[in-house]
Ligand binder design. Sequence first.
Ligand code: DON
Length: 319
Amino acid sequence: ATGEVIVSTGELPDRDRVRGFVDDAHARFAGVDDGFVADYIPALAAADRHLFGLSMVAADGVSHDVGDAHHPFSIQSISKAFVYALVCQELGHEAVLDRIGVDGTGLPFDSVMALELNAGATMNPMVNAGALATTSLLPGATSVDKWEVLVSGLSAFAGRRLVVDEEVYASEAATNQRNQAIARLLQSYGTIYADPTETTDIYTRQCSLLVTAHDLAVMAATLADGGVNPVTRERVVDAAVCRAVLAALATSGLYEQSGRWLATIGLPGKSGVSGGIITVAPGKGGLATFSPPLDAAGNSVRGRLATRYLSQALGLNIF
Ligand code: DON
């Protein structure tokens, strides 16, 4: 991993080379068996730990899938990136940034305080408090309207109509007391912008949307392509919104490992507890990995290894 530095050229290598390296990444890490499948949402605990899929979609729409790249799983926290994009598109990213924040912690470097002692200000759109506040900003007079904006927007990123895994939704809805509490706490500070119960329900549904690694790679490639889905050619969000989203991912897409991710992989990314990770190589394409076992910070073990390998092999590191 610390070997030769391949400098980013501004272009993805030719498609045969990409194909070869993606296949190689799958073969190299398929045998890794570290990490634990998330079980705090009961329905996630049933996932097969051996599933492993990789998908790379170039900014010209050419895709390469290997392994379980068409196996459906719930999108979980990766949804936060795309809901943030929809809300920035609607309200303007400066206005959203002022309300939601975009810092690693939102606290001074030497602070021991958390949300409660930070006057209830959210920290960034990729952790639950900021993600709930972001979902609360979706346009629409009713929850049904807001949900339709969300699901049609994420579907445009994916290039197909996404549906909820009702079993995952019911399982998380029955066990999401912590998120309900965060939403109520935000309400007490005036930093959630719609009904907290309805917002938590929409957030829980957004996390339960079913995707495959291939879908996620198309969604990531849309962010890489300045907001145009490279497969359907539909413009989903403005280029300025993509830039705002990628900055938020670079800051906090991998939770407390965001700095290490940026230092070793050098690309904005977003993980989810069901085992997916998206990575965006601006102007070049989107990569998605799916493998359920997670490390201590909640990031997919094989996904991190495969992404680090491909960032290096394909010369994607933006630094
Ligand atoms: O809110 C939750 O707990 C889940 N719906 C999503 C968490 C998640 O994916 C965090 N990821 N690493």
